[in-house]
Design a protein around this ligand. Structure first.
Ligand code: FES
Ligand code: FES
Length: 158
């Protein structure tokens, strides 16, 4: 199969690679760049575990081809911390016990980051609506909502 050359920025670093046109963005992140913080839970667009930001918009990276990300800015969970300091959402998920097995967590946090960019002070219901595409089998969601609200409060206080 003919490969295509793509150049994109991932977590602040520019990469140029030859990829097969069928390669999914999540496969590129994990298998080519070794960014295994982004995980695959279903690869059928159901679970949200693979969520990343592409040019600031959250997207399930199992639904996007790597070639479609050519020229774009991708942020994964691995690029969220600022110079070693946890992002308020990462800290809040830890503080609020918003994870158990952790499989959903990177996607959940990336989706929450997108939600808070669009709506910095959401109601609990708006948090639940904003995260409805991300599934968690462990927590019952209540602590996830609490974590997003803690992070929202910290962001506003900054
Ligand atoms: Fe992408 Fe489940 S792995 S939505
Ligand atoms: Fe296990 Fe969410 S913490 S799936």
């Amino acid at each position: 199969m003919t490969s295509h050359t793509i150049t994109l920025t991932v977590d602040g670093v520019e990469y140029t690679d030859d990829v097969e046109p069928r390669l999914l963005l999540v496969q590129y992140l994990r298998e080519v760049l070794g960014k295994t913080g982004t995980v695959i839970g279903c690869d059928t667009t159901n679970c949200g575990a693979c969520t990343v930001l592409v040019d600031g918009q959250s997207i399930k990276s199992c639904t996007m081809l790597a070639v479609e990300a050519d020229g774009q800015q991708v942020t994964t969970i691995e690029g969220l911390a600022d110079d070693g300091e946890l992002h308020p959402l990462q800290k809040a998920f830890n503080d609020c016990h918003a994870l158990q097995c952790g499989f959903c967590t990177s996607g959940m946090i990336m989706q929450a980051a997108s939600l808070l960019t669009e709506n910095p002070r959401p109601t609990d219901e708006e948090v639940r609506d904003g995260l409805e595409g991300n599934l968690c089998r462990c927590t019952g969601y209540q602590n996830i909502v609490a974590a997003v609200q803690q992070a929202a409060g910290e962001e506003v206080a900054r």
